[in-house]
Design a protein. Structure first.
Length: 335
């Protein structure tokens, strides 16, 4: 990433009226200083670590998740390549966040999202579908209709895979206080507030963030009560704040790129910046409709070549598949 690319980076504006976003003038000022620093052969890290932006509910404001994602990439350890994917990733499909890497793309963002959605079926990898099946269950299936995992229940969901059943439930006080889950909660709280919001405390030391009453994690537990993964945060009101954490401290986040539910793609990105899966919502016949609603359609998922589809990952996909719908839901019930 060089100064020219930073100057040409465009962030989508906050998703809808009343949705909070970063003060665009402050973000633009940081990008100008960042570009100048890179042109002079300097490091982006110090400028970004000191950055903070006001959050606005009206006026010129940028999508918080897009700005966070873009700036966070400069802080990744050497050798992680997510920055190279801002303008398009090695598989030739779109970036993961609501960011454009050429000024001209500003005027074609919706068209790009439409095209990427339409081309989703040709993206290489393992294609899966998640949707309603017989007898009230929801299933994750392969392209040849083989069931990988099934989900039952609304308030108390159970997940079945390979003859084993797991229950999604609130974690115990002991689990919630563990260092790993404490960091998960802190990441979810940080994502909800905005990584660079001027009212976000403890941005550098995540576990020191204060956890609100709505941030308690869920655990997907086996028959012995042992959680095989944890989840916290939510996708709601044009914010992508959900995380999944595995016991070995690997984690996934789920940025969304799109101008509406009908052309949006969600990406599962791991702690190293690798794209683990992509998601799009389809209608029941598998074709795009501009009238897609909260309840219509199934979710198509692509797991990229080289990514092993383990039972653990299949459960994570089944758990997260509906988050794309939630991203566009509004407090007043609109989509």
């Amino acid at each position: 990433m060089n100064g020219v690319q930073v100057r040409n980076t465009w962030f989508c504006r906050a998703g809808a009226t009343g949705v909070s976003g970063y003060d665009a003038r402050q973000v633009n000022d940081l990008c100008r200083r960042l570009a100048a620093e890179l042109d002079a052969g300097g490091s982006a890290g110090p400028l970004i670590q000191e950055a903070s932006f006001r959050k606005l509910s009206f006026g010129l404001r940028y999508d918080i998740d897009a700005v966070d994602w873009f700036l966070d990439q400069f802080l990744l350890p050497p050798g992680h390549g997510e920055l190279s994917g801002i303008g398009g990733d090695p598989r030739g499909d779109l970036p993961v966040a609501r960011v454009a890497q050429a000024t001209s793309e500003k005027f074609a963002f919706e068209s790009q999202c439409d095209n990427a959605w339409s081309d989703f079926g040709q993206v290489p990898g393992t294609h899966l579908w998640f949707g309603k099946a017989a007898r009230g269950s929801i299933e994750l299936r392969t392209a040849d209709q083989q069931t990988l995992a099934s989900v039952r229940g609304i308030w108390r969901k159970t997940f079945s895979i390979g003859g084993k059943t797991f229950t999604l439930r609130r974690t115990s006080a002991e689990e919630s206080s563990s260092p790993a889950v404490a960091e998960l909660l802190a990441r979810a709280a940080q994502a909800k507030a905005g990584h660079y919001a001027d009212d976000t405390p403890g941005r550098i030391i995540l576990p020191r963030l204060r956890i609100g009453p709505d941030m308690h994690p869920l655990g997907l537990a086996d028959g012995t009560g042992t959680s095989i993964l944890y989840t916290a945060g939510d996708h709601y009101n044009w914010r992508a704040g959900s995380y999944i954490l595995f016991p070995d401290l690997r984690w996934l986040r789920f940025p969304v790129r799109g101008s509406a539910l009908a052309n949006a793609i969600m990406t599962a990105v791991d702690q190293a910046g690798n794209r683990v899966a992509r998601y799009r919502l389809t209608n029941k016949s598998g074709q795009q409709k501009r009238s897609l609603s909260w309840s219509q359609g199934s979710v198509e998922i692509v797991v990229p070549p080289g990514q092993k589809l383990t039972d653990e990952l299949a459960l994570a996909l089944a758990l997260s598949a509906d988050w794309l719908r939630g991203y566009f839901a509004r407090p007043e019930g609109g989509g």
